[in-house]
Design a binder for this molecule. Structure first.
Ligand code: GDP
Ligand code: MG
Length: 452
């Protein structure tokens, strides 16, 4: 098969409950690919790591015959719990694929369940990494081996333990309507979710994980990957950070085109769109240079896909998750596009339903879609804190079961908080939460109680 140079690097988000091992997994992938491939093959980026296909080939050791035309994988270590929904590109999730990390000894946690629901609603292909197998009592380590090869060397008790813990995960997934199995028992990866038991500390199972990710990318998303647009850079703001001596900086994931020093760029703030000029582009220094004074290396330009730190004037107030575009040509067109992406939700609003507010457009969509799947209509959906006006407008809803406002991960402004305390002032029922399904459960429970 001919290699297709126009295919872009798939973006893989690593998600999961805090402390289940996201960062360790990426560290391990980065570490072993540095060791196993020619020096310099691996590139460390801001907020991301690119693992080129040659490095994956070496690590997994068994792809010799598989025709592969993707250049590698760009892994994003999502900085916060809601990063997946915050990080958007082309009106949808930034990630092409995902790895959902679950500690095999702890099993599912609220954030694991929420991540699953979001991945389902976004139709993002993903695998489950069941991490920390080395913590299973009696596990004998076989550094960097494939899971099956190491598993076969364990004693019967340990094997039984792994099977039971894996089946617990399969069972939890089945409760959520996902059909899943250990990856080596999956015949159709489009129908069944693959669970890869692994350890970030010993590297066992990581070759299997990488192979499956490549397989998913090759089979189920090659069309999307061909949609490479060359030209002015397009990206998403991963984080907004104050850096000593640099001021406010943006950590950006560039998913299309190129970005250079001196380019005019546009990004969103809470209230507006800022247009500014790139002062510098910074890459992290390679591991071995960590002791040098300057933590960053300056570059003149970068091409997608890449993670890069951008310094420029007037970045104060830029929000994480904002779209990021290089302006070549019509400035108004670009700023309008950003405003649309920040406010336009891609969901159907109902004629009759509740009101929802969330901190970001992606979160709002995720909440909306989950409500839709539960057949709860949404009449109004907006980004931002809950104001008194929101309550006044919700108050006009006739059906008391819908006279409700769900506030997801966004604060109540003081005047709004004041009036919900007093039933004489408002009949609106407000629910607040930071995990989507828990917020919905609260509402449903209340609604069903009202019926009795
Ligand atoms: P994150 O919050 O999901 O990024 O989790 P971290 O990667 O920071 O890991 C949380 C803790 O679990 C750290 O103390 C890690 O050393 C530990 N940990 C992560 N992966 C493994 C693993 O595969 N085996 C063992 N034994 N410990 C792990
Ligand atoms: Mg982490």
């Amino acid at each position: 098969m001919a290699e297709n140079p126009k295919i872009r690097t798939p973006i893989v988000c690593v998600m999961g409950h805090v402390d289940h091992g996201k960062t360790s997994l990426l560290d391990r992938i980065r570490g072993s690919s540095v060791v196993s491939s020619e020096a310099g093959a691996i590139t460390q980026h801001i907020g991301a790591t690119i693992v080129p296909i040659e490095a994956i080939r070496t690590m997994s050791g068994s792809m010799g015959k598989v025709p592969i035309n993707i250049p590698g994988l760009l892994f994003i270590d999502t900085p916060g719990h809601h990063a997946f929904t915050t990080l958007r590109a082309r009106g949808g999730a930034l990630a092409d694929m995902a790895i959902l990390v679950v500690d095999i000894n702890q099993g599912f946690q609220p954030q694991t369940i929420e991540a699953l629901q979001i991945l389902r609603n976004c139709k993002t292909p993903f695998v489950i990494a069941a991490t920390k197998i080395d913590r299973i009592h009696g596990w004998r380590v076989n550094e960097n081996e494939s899971f099956i090869s190491s598993f076969n060397k364990q004693n019967e008790r340990v094997k039984g333990d792994v099977e039971n813990k894996t089946y617990e995960i399969v069972g939890k997934l089945s409760e959520l309507d996902f059909s899943a199995d250990r990856f080596d028992r999956v015949a159709d990866f489009q129908r069944n979710l693959a669970i890869v038991p692994l350890s970030a500390h010993t590297g066992e199972g990581i070759p299997d994980l990488l192979l499956i990710m490549i397989g998913l990318a090759q089979r189920y998303m090659s069309d999307e990957l061909k949609l490479l647009v060359e030209g002015p850079g397009a990206g998403t703001v991963l984080e907004v950070k104050e850096e000593r001596g640099l001021g406010t900086t943006l950590d950006v994931i560039l998913y299309d085109g190129t970005l250079a020093v001196g380019d005019e760029i546009a990004v969103a703030t809470q209230v507006d769109v800022v247009v500014t000029k790139v002062r510098s582009l910074l890459k992290p220094r390679p591991m071995q240079e960590i002791l040098t004074e300057d933590r960053f290396e300056r570059v003149k330009s970068v091409a997608a896909a890449a993670g890069i730190k951008v310094t420029a004037p007037n970045l104060e107030g830029v929000i994480a998750g904002s779209p990021f575009f290089v302006i070549r040509g019509n400035r108004d067109e670009v700023t309008e596009k950003i405003k649309r992406e920040m406010t336009e939700i891609h969901v159907n609003l109902a004629e009759e339903g509740i009101v929802i507010k969330a901190d970001t457009i992606g979160a709002l969509e995720a909440l909306c879609k989950e409500l839709e799947s539960k057949e709860i209509g949404v009449m109004r959906a907006e980004v931002g804190p809950v104001s008194r006006l929101d309550l006044v407008e919700t108050e006009t809803i006739k059906n008391p079961a819908f006279r409700v406002l769900l506030s997801f991960n966004t604060p109540l402004l003081p005047d709004a908080a004041e009036i919900i305390k007093d039933p004489l002032y408002t009949q609106v029922k407000v629910f607040e939460g930071k995990v989507i399904y828990q917020l919905i459960d609260q509402y449903v429970e209340w609604r069903d109680e009202q019926k009795r």
